[in-house]
Design a protein around this ligand. Structure first.
Ligand SMILES: *Cc1c(COP(=O)(O)O)cnc(C)c1O
Length: 407
């Protein structure tokens, strides 16, 4: 029998250059939010084509900040998908609003714009699509759905909800940094876009995230950025770095804000990763995507796309589907893969299947497509450090284990 390899699911991709960048910041005399974070923000704007970027300590915080900024709360509804990680819906719950789940589109892991249209009410204050696995949602159709429902939009007075003439769109792009939709980088597509730089994501700062913004009419986006930053840091109108650099010690607390800032240590790692994102990280992930498709070409496997005429994936998760292996058989394949040293995963167990959301009355029967997609999904390892030999090893194991389980 051939030697067993150990293939972890998603180890961080950290180079010597990344480590040096972090060490340089540690030696600089300033380690929390400061010049390196500011530079990372400006590089993210340049990369994504966004108008403004606020780096934060998580993608979850970025989503919640957008909702809080909009003034979403008690009595409101936010439409999202049950096919996501809990963060997307949890932040809605934190604000006091109610998550309204609508099913994914047939054969897709992403939210169905037609079902968004049906779910909009006078209480809907935001729509949160999620680019599952790095594959962009149907943004034009989502905009069409909220445009068609303009008559139902009731923005709360005295909140930035009034800046929009239709329900605002907040993209959970935790998976899709570097992905593109109809020639535009994500970050410049939705009204608000939240990226995650968590350790398992494509580009990492260990923990971290960013909220990026498109232009909002003729608004001064620098002023909008300042407002968001103040809200993300205790409502304090002058941050620690500004105080450090001047004798003007005094500041004011203008709201009961949060504590969601990114440190310069994290930003240093992010900047170093971004510098090699297009030349190294994304091509590495794309190569793995292509190889799986090639090595597992029989029709029992349904593969995720890396791109089509309209969309380009960030190749974050290889969400393979095996329609003949739903549920228990899918789980048996995962166990047998593990016995061969290969960690696989499932993205995601839909939220109505978790006790908290089931307890709030959500029922999986109401989202039959999400359920079906979930039951037959297996995520294969994807990261640039995988050699072609590794990818072949995983693919051959998948083929033989699937045969063992399905015959
Ligand atoms: C990772 C993830 C998040 C949260 O990102 P954090 O940076 O860990 O807060 C949100 N949504 C989805 C779909 C994710 O996978």
């Amino acid at each position: 029998m051939s030697k067993i390899k150990k293939i972890p699911f998603a180890p961080p991709d950290v180079t010597e250059a990344d480590i040096e960048a972090v060490v340089k910041t540690l030696r600089s005399g300033w380690i929390t939010t400061g010049p390196v974070t500011a530079e990372f923000e400006s590089e993210i704007c340049g990369y994504t084509g966004a108008e403004a970027c606020l780096c934060m300590n998580s993608g979850t915080a970025a989503m919640e900040l957008a909702l809080r900024f909009l003034g979403v709360g008690e009595g409101d509804e936010v439409i999202t998908t049950p096919y996501t990680y809990a963060a997307t819906a949890n932040v809605i719950v934190h604000t006091g609003a109610r998550p309204v789940f609508v099913d994914v589109a047939p054969g897709s892991f992403n939210i169905d714009p037609r079902k968004i249209a049906e779910a909009i009410t006078e209480r809907t204050k935001a729509v949160m699509p999620v680019d599952i696995a790095g594959w962009p949602c149907d943004y034009d159709e989502i905009v069409e759905a909220v445009n068609a429902a303009k008559a139902l939009y009731r923005p709360d007075p005295d909140t930035p909800q009034t800046w929009f003439d239709r329900i605002p769109i907040l993209a959970d792009s935790a998976h899709s940094f570097g992905a593109a939709y109809k020639g535009r980088m994500l970050g410049s597509v939705a009204d608000f876009t939240a990226f995650s730089f968590h350790a398992v994501k494509n580009l990492t700062t260990s923990e971290g995230g960013a909220l990026v913004l498109r232009p909002m009419g003729s608004r001064d986006m620098r002023a909008v950025y300042d407002q968001l930053r103040v809200l993300s840091l205790h409502g304090q109108n002058k941050d620690a770095f500004k105080k450090f650099n001047s004798s003007a010690w005094e500041y004011e607390i203008v709201s009961a804000g949060f504590k969601w800032n990114m440190t310069d240590i994290s930003a240093a790692l992010g900047l170093s990763q971004l510098a090699r994102y297009d030349s190294d990280i994304l091509p590495g992930r794309r190569r793995v995507f292509q190889s799986y498709r090639e090595y597992l070409s029989d029709d029992r496997f349904l593969h995720p796309l890396a791109e089509n005429a309209e969309k380009r994936s960030s190749c974050h998760v290889y969400n393979l589907r095996i329609p003949d292996a739903a549920g228990e058989r899918r789980n048996a394949i995962i166990e047998k893969m593990f016995d061969r040293g290969i960690s696989t995963n499932v993205h995601f167990k839909p939220l109505p299947l978790h006790p908290y959301y089931a307890g709030r009355g959500y029922n999986m029967c109401d989202y039959p497509i999400a359920h079906e997609m979930y039951l037959s999904e297996i995520s294969l390892p994807v990261y640039p450090q995988l050699t072609d030999d590794d990818v072949l090893y995983v693919a051959e194991a998948m083929r033989s284990v699937t045969k063992e389980v399905l015959g």
